[in-house]
Design a protein around this ligand. Sequence first.
Ligand code: C2E
Ligand code: CA
Ligand code: CA
Length: 593
Amino acid sequence: MPKTPSTNSMDAQVADKEEVALVRRQYLESEQRFRALLESLPKLAVQGYDRDRRVIYWNEGSTRLYGYTAEEALGQLLEDLIIPDFMRNGVIQAHGTWIEKGIAIPAGELELKHKTGELISVFSQHLMLNEHTDSPLLFCVDVDLSDQKRAHRDLEFATRFDRLTHLPNRQTFEVDLDNLLDSCRRQGTGLATIYLDIDHFVEINDALGYDQGDRLLVELTRRLKACQQDTDLVSRVSSDEFVLAFPGIHLDADVRRVVRHLQNVFLKPFVLDGRERQVTACLGVALFPENGESSRELIRNADVAKNRAKLEGRYAVHFFQQKLHDELVRQHDLSARLEEALDNGEFTLHYQPQVSAVSGRIENLEALLRWEPTEGPTISPAEFIPLAERSGLIHRLGDWVIEEACRQQVEWRAKGFRQQRIDINVSGRQLVRPGALKSFEDTLQRHGLAPQDIGIELTESVLIEADETVLEDLRRLYHRGFHIAIDDFGTGYSSLSYLKHFPATALKIDRSFIHDAPTQPKDRAIMEGAIFIGHRLGLEVVAEGVENAEQLSLLRDMHCDLVQGFFFFRPMPAQEIERLLSGFVASPGGLSG
Ligand code: C2E
Ligand code: CA
Ligand code: CA
């Protein structure tokens, strides 16, 4: 069709001819370009089919994709060549409908047939040329999807399974276990989740190389699978950790049986680097429903139990215990709060009087640390001191105790309370810091206090484990007139012979002996022996934890010097001590006899 109508008919005819030639040239050129384009796209398989679906065009890409050369394909029927049987009728029908009713075949992913019969994934687009003529041509443009499909499958595998052992990974295991738990619930049976951690796997890797480490993991996987039943699950969750689930547990004996099965997996040595090697693993067990309802909970608790087992050494098994776990969680929580508590001033000192066994007079005070959080109940030093020792906060805490005891003593001295000494507890960890005792002396000096004003209490194990520099410092304190008590005596080494080697001034007999002395002849004998030898070595002897008149009477008979315990006074805040020292509070009746 001419583009612009001309006023002159001659001109118009010439122009028309030129236009036609131009359009034809353009058409030929575009067709050439179209074909060139098709040929140049090796990934694109293009086929043309006539009205009867016989191949009239077959490019290189089609040969590559479907296996037939152009010579083989030309003239063949579409449905005979690349259409799998199950699609045959559908394709013939869709082709007919397009020609008759103009309803196009939509583009989409298909699985078509290769010359070898194998199915291949393609994305297929369809195009009808010369649609409203007697010779409609169907062109198919197919893109090979097998690489993408493979990549997709690989990706799916990688996200669900472990590459080395081909076992389900943690995510897959979690889903599988939740399904298994559903069926346990329906059937009313229990299930054991077991965490398995190879002992010293790092050493195997380091000594023999990663390939031998991998070998071990693959062989272990084989053995674990061999001892499994259909419904059991196994998964590799990290480098040397596996988690297994055993449903159908009814009795304790069932759990013991699966644990034994797993342990037996390690009986036979593993051949690594050409040599037989004994490998072991620790197991942590969490039971459904007792230790958790969901796969997450069970896996986590089995992991917690496994970590406990690891602490016990090689080849250990540990069963998850909620109470123990709660305890660990609480310790962790307290540990995390300790430092802030110190900054917030949540600590105070309470004081417990030590009285003369004979006269009942208050002679000294023991300073006992108290943590009173802004919220919640008071926390015992027996609980938080070990945590502070582990985290190293004990140094700051210990400094605070010394500082506070000194401050309090100065205040009391100023108020005219002259008699009593304050003894503070010093833990073994505190002495590890170089110069700890020197800094204790400095603090006293800074407050203008004398050696008789503040004493220290150390446990016998601290003294036994002390190195020479600490002992040297202690000797110096001793000679300067400081009071040094051996605390909790009898609980550690219970050997009296080393006593003479230590620079101590007093012995505090542990309250467990005092508690049992009235009924247990053995405890009474130890107590009597300790008091006797203590005196022979020139030590003052203190009995802790005196709770009743019977105990007191025994102690008096044994000539114990000082007594401390609830029978007289509980540890109390400074204010109450003040009232006591001022004589506002009458002495308890325990000593009237
Ligand atoms: P400890 O040095 O043996 O302190 C004596 C403990 O026995 C105190 O417990 C005290 O309250 C308790 N007690 C006293 N009389 C009786 C009694 O008649 N019966 C019974 N059942 N118990 C009695 P507390 O205050 O809970 O302290 C526990 C431990 O915490 C102390 O044992 C000590 O080892 C440690 N501790 C306390 N304060 C400090 C401190 O400032 N620094 C350090 N390093 N440790 C401290
Ligand atoms: Ca003490
Ligand atoms: Ca004690």
